[in-house]
Every structure is written in C-alpha cells, then in structure tokens.
Design a protein around this ligand. Structure first.
Ligand code: PMP
Length: 406
C-alpha cells in the first residue's frame, strides 16, 4: 500500500473532482503548477473578506492585523526551510524574480573575467538572468554537462570550478528530467573554490524536505504555486551577511528608511528587498500551503511520490516505442518521455481528450532537449494527490495515442 490516504486527501482539493471531455480529470502537470487545497483557497478569501489593508503603514487595527499575518507568514517560511533568521526570508513573485534579484543585486560586484557556473539541466529562469548579467558585467558563463541518464557530471563540474568562479547556480531537482542533484557535494566543492551558491528550489520544495542551514547554500529560491500555494508569491532565502552587503534590487515604498532628494537610506532586511506593496494575501496563503504540507508530512509525500514514480517507470518500460528522457538514479516525481512516431504535442492532445493533463514541450529547458536530441517531451509529474489508477490512465491514453497516430 501507499503511505498516504489519498482518497481522503483528494477531497481537500476542489478542482480534482472535475471531468474533462466527459472523463475524470487526471492531473499530472504538477511540475508546472500544483492544485490548491481548500485551506489555501479559503485562507486567501478570508484575508480579503476580513483583514485586507496595506501592511507596515497604518496604526489602524486592520493594517496591524494584516501586518501581523504577513509577518507570521514569514516566520512560517523561515521554519519551513530552517533559516537561521526571519530577515533572511524575502518575499518575491516567484523563483524567477528571486534569481533575477540576486543577478541584479549581488551581480553588481561582478567584473570582466569573473565566472558563473550553472548546469546543463537548468530551467531558463536559472540561465537567462546569468546571461544578462554576463552581458552587463563582462562575466563569463560556464556550463557543467549532464550524462546520458540526465545526471550531472560532477567530475566535470569540479573541473569547471576555479579561482575565477564567483557564483554557482544549480537546481535541486530538474523540472525537465526529474534528476535530483547531490547538493551537499556540489555546495562543498563550490565553497572550496570560493564561490557562493544559489539553489533553484522551484521543483524541490514540494517533494524534498529542505534545510538551508544544513545545505549551507547562500541563496535558495522557490515559488508558492508549485507548493500548493498561490501564484505570484515566492521566496528568496539569502544568508543575512550576504543580503546585508547587497544593494537594493528595486526602489520604492517600504524599502527605504529616509528619502530626501539629496540622498536616500535603505530599510533593514528583509524590507530593503521588498519595494512596493507586496502580495500580502499570497504570502499568507503560502503559509497556509506550508501548514497543509507539514500536516500531511513531506517525508510521507516523498515516499508516496517515489512509489508512483517507480510504478510509472516500470509500466513505461513495458510500452514499445516509449523512450524515457531522464533515467538518473536519484530522481523525484517526474516522468519525461517521447513516443516513437508521434509528436509530443499530438500525444498531449490525445491525453487531454482522455482527461489526462500533462505538459508537452521543452519545459523551459531547451538545452536539455538539445542534449537528448528531441524537440520536446511529454512530461507527467506527480503530487501528493495522485494515484496508481491515474498512472494506469496515463499509460492507457499513451497506448491510445499510438493507435491513433501509429
Ligand atoms: N526553476 C525550475 C526548476 C522550475 O521548474 C520553474 C518553474 N517551471 C522555475 C524555475 C520558474 O518558476 P516560476 O515560473 O514560478 O518563477
């Protein structure tokens, strides 16, 4: 049996009881975004119904209530990633903004010839901000390759580190392949070379327990919407000493201490990096999502998803013409594949007609597609509410696509 009572948990997710084209919805696009439990949806509605006011600005009761809830959400995030201090938690729009913040702000110290090391499996959000920084600063982007299973070549990664490496940016869990990177090893190597490390945790947070102090990463970025929370809210964790020494990212309200036309001084952490009215409802609902995940238990969620992935991998191996993309030993929650003779978008269309929602395309990881010589893949990705029956429905629908186009 599986470690979670999924029948009961599914009732927490109103959207999952829908039908699509007359078939029960099988939602396997969780790496793109997860569905939301009722507690998160109600939390956001309750915020607007009962405490909506701007934060950090008013002495009136509502503003105080909103501020307290917003700052309590920061405490919840701090505990969730085990940050040492609450000021190390900066609310942003999502992973993409968190990475751009670091590239724009920390990146101001980069000089021609400085090196930034990423990997071949990164999402475009963890490639393009560094390319832009290289254009601005004259820094050079280096890319550590992956092997035929989609695992990082740690030997090559190590060789690419050197005295010029200023920053390493690496994903904890690949959204295109499902590969889990061995962060403790990579971070130790990077630190030994004198580089700071940014971890892209967008995919990881919903599947693996995260402890930023144990990892000793310098920055950690994630999005609420892949963690059963709202869109438009995310988190940048940064070590206080680093954040403190960094210039502001955006200017505006909330991030200042004093403004005159001659000179402006900046607010303390984390507010220095939170210009403008934040996504207050989103932050509070993200905390509700974290509470939900903690209530179910990340270790149990991880075990459940590993069982689904193992079953799906085994079943997929029995389908003639199905090629798995991403077969690393350490994987989580993602099954990426192609079907001989059928374009991934056609597979996706047939799957949709059977009620099965998957992602087809390059998954914002075009270099991964290039590495495996495919234009796109079909990606099924699991969450805590998925079932073995849904994996069977996926494979039946793939079979149907082979019949239609074969
Ligand atoms: N990195 C990875 C590994 C991702 O999977 C994603 C989302 N697909 C992102 C970064 C970007 O996240 P967001 O679009 O929420 O900013």
């Amino acid at each position: 049996g599986l470690p979670l009572n999924v029948d009961r948990l599914r009732q927490d997710f109103p959207l999952l009881s829908q039908t699509v084209h007359g078939k029960p919805l099988v939602y396997l696009d969780n790496a793109a975004t997860t569905q939301k439990p009722r507690s998160v949806i109600e939390c956001e509605a309750r915020y607007y119904a009962e405490m909506n006011a701007n934060v950090h600005r008013g002495v009136h009761t509502l503003s105080q209530r909103a501020t307290d809830a917003f700052e309590a959400a920061r405490d919840t995030v701090q505990r969730f990633v085990n940050a040492a201090r609450r000021e190390e938690i900066v609310f942003v729009r999502g992973t993409t903004e968190a990475i751009n913040l670091v590239a724009a702000s920390y990146g101001q110290r980069f000089r021609p010839g400085d090196e930034i090391l990423i990997t071949e499996m990164e999402h475009h959000s963890n490639i393009v901000p560094w390319q832009l920084l290289c254009e601005r600063s004259g820094a050079v982007l280096r890319v550590a390759p992956i092997d035929d299973t989609g695992a990082l070549r740690v030997d090559a990664f190590e060789r690419l580190l050197g005295p010029a490496t200023r920053l390493v940016a690496v994903t904890q869990l690949s959204n295109a392949l499902g590969t889990i990177n061995s962060l403790p090893e990579l971070i130790a190597l990077a630190h030994a070379a004198g580089a700071v490390v940014l971890v892209d945790g967008a995919q990881a947070v919903a599947h693996l327990p995260v402890d930023v102090q144990a990892l000793d990463c310098d920055f950690y970025a994630f999005s609420g919407h892949k963690l059963y929370g709202p869109t438009g809210i995310g988190v940048l964790y940064g070590k206080a000493a680093l954040l403190d020494a960094m210039p502001p990212y955006q200017g505006g309200g909330d991030m200042i201490r004093e403004v005159t036309f001659a000179k402006t001084s900046y607010n303390d952490l984390p507010y220095k990096f939170e210009a403008g009215t934040p996504h207050i409802a989103g932050a509070i609902a993200l905390a509700a999502a974290i509470d939900y995940v903690a209530g179910v238990g990340l270790p149990a969620i991880a075990a459940h998803e590993q069982a689904l992935l193992a079953y799906a991998t085994e079943q997929a191996a029995g389908v003639a013409g199905l090629r798995l993309i991403g077969t690393a030993r350490d994987k989580a929650s993602i099954l990426s594949f192609t079907v001989d003779g059928v374009h991934p978008h056609d597979v996706g269309t047939i799957l949709d007609s059977e009620g099965v929602a998957v992602r087809t395309g390059h998954h914002c990881a075009m270099p991964v597609m290039a590495r495996f010589g495919v234009p796109a893949t079909v990606r099924a990705s699991f969450a805590l509410y998925n079932t073995v029956d849904e994996v069977d429905a996926l494979l039946r629908a793939v079979h149907r696509a082979q019949e239609v186009f074969g």
